[in-house]
Design a binder for this molecule. Structure first.
Ligand SMILES: NC(=O)c1ccc[n+]([C@@H]2O[C@H](COP(=O)([O-])OP(=O)(O)OC[C@H]3O[C@@H](n4cnc5c(N)ncnc54)[C@H](O)[C@@H]3O)[C@@H](O)[C@H]2O)c1
Length: 264
């Protein structure tokens, strides 16, 4: 088992939501955090929050879609703390819409999802994760670090109407742990650097609380625990995945029993 005490976590999307909850959790367990986010002001507040908990924190204003930003982020962690033990590339967005919108009267196509709306989600949720993981993992290998790459997929990976962009990126997150684990196994690294994904259902962060009440009520009607998953509950799962070195190459759902299509 690994212990979090003194371990270094690099968290993108660390200024809010699940990323910030993980940073708090990591700090409470005695770990050090490198927080990265595009939102500079929110990042400053998040860092102050971590310091108030008595934690050690470094920050990097980063756009995860930019290669140079991700290189700088990984370098920051090594320069400041000398190691990377957890990589949590949690920066992500949604930009929902139907691929084709049809007119209720004529049945004909009246709108298409613009390329930019598709591409933006792919750039951040998929390419941004690739760049973050590649740069951090390279430093982990070169500096002999032990730890975990923990991606964030979603129940959306199973296919949600109105999320062709988001669902596609989250499905990609489900396969990456297998690819990375297999590649590291071939190179004799898999006992030292593991890779998994968590796949939350509906978590009570700004991303979900911003939905209209009717949509939220409809969602909760399918959640057996009768409430949203708390970001702290996802953070605790990541903490366990980090500590338990038998866990590798797999996707771990956390959704309160969400019934996906099954009404049985
Ligand atoms: N909230 C949920 O219900 C839920 C469910 C499943 C998966 N997820 C995933 O968890 C992750 C975090 O979600 P959240 O609910 O905490 O969202 P959030 O909106 O609270 O946090 C996302 C953070 O990412 C940052 N960000 C966005 N684009 C960026 C970029 N290009 N570079 C750097 N930072 C950027 C934002 O500024 C924000 O601080 C996302 O990948 C999301 O898809 C969330």
């Amino acid at each position: 088992m690994l212990t979090i005490k003194n371990a270094v976590a690099v968290i993108t999307g660390g200024a809010s939501g699940i990323g910030l909850a993980l940073a708090r959790y990591w700090t409470e367990q005695g770990g050090k955090v490198v927080l990265a986010d595009l939102a500079q002001e929110a990042l400053g507040k998040a860092a102050a929050d971590i310091r108030a908990l008595g934690g050690e924190v470094a920050t990097a204003v980063v756009n995860v879609t930019r290669e140079a930003d991700c290189e700088r982020l990984a370098d920051t962690a090594i320069q400041r703390f000398g190691a990377i033990n957890l990589v949590a590339p949690f920066a992500g967005i949604i930009a929902d819409g139907l691929m084709l919108a049809t007119d209720r009267d004529t049945g004909k196509v009246k709108g298409k999802m613009p390329l930019e709306q598709f591409q933006k989600v792919v750039d951040i949720n998929l390419t941004g994760v690739f760049l973050t993981v590649r740069e951090c993992a390279a430093r982990m290998v070169d500096h002999g670090c032990r730890g975990l790459i923990c991606l964030v997929s979603s129940t959306g990976s199973l296919g949600t109407a109105g999320q062709i962009n988001y669902s596609a990126t989250k499905a990609a997150m489900s396969v990456m742990p297998k690819v990375i684990t297999a590649e590291f196994f071939r190179r004799g690294l898999a006992d030292r650097i593991r890779c998994v994904a968590v796949a939350p259902g509906y978590v009570g962060t700004a991303m979900v609380k911003g939905m209209n009440q009717k949509a939220l009520d409809a969602i909760l009607g399918n959640v057996p625990i009768g409430r949203l998953v708390e970001p702290e509950e996802v953070a605790a799962l990541v903490g366990h995945l980090y500590s338990n070195e038998a866990l590798a190459g797999e996707v771990f759902f956390i959704h309160g029993g969400l019934r996906l299509g099954s009404k049985g």
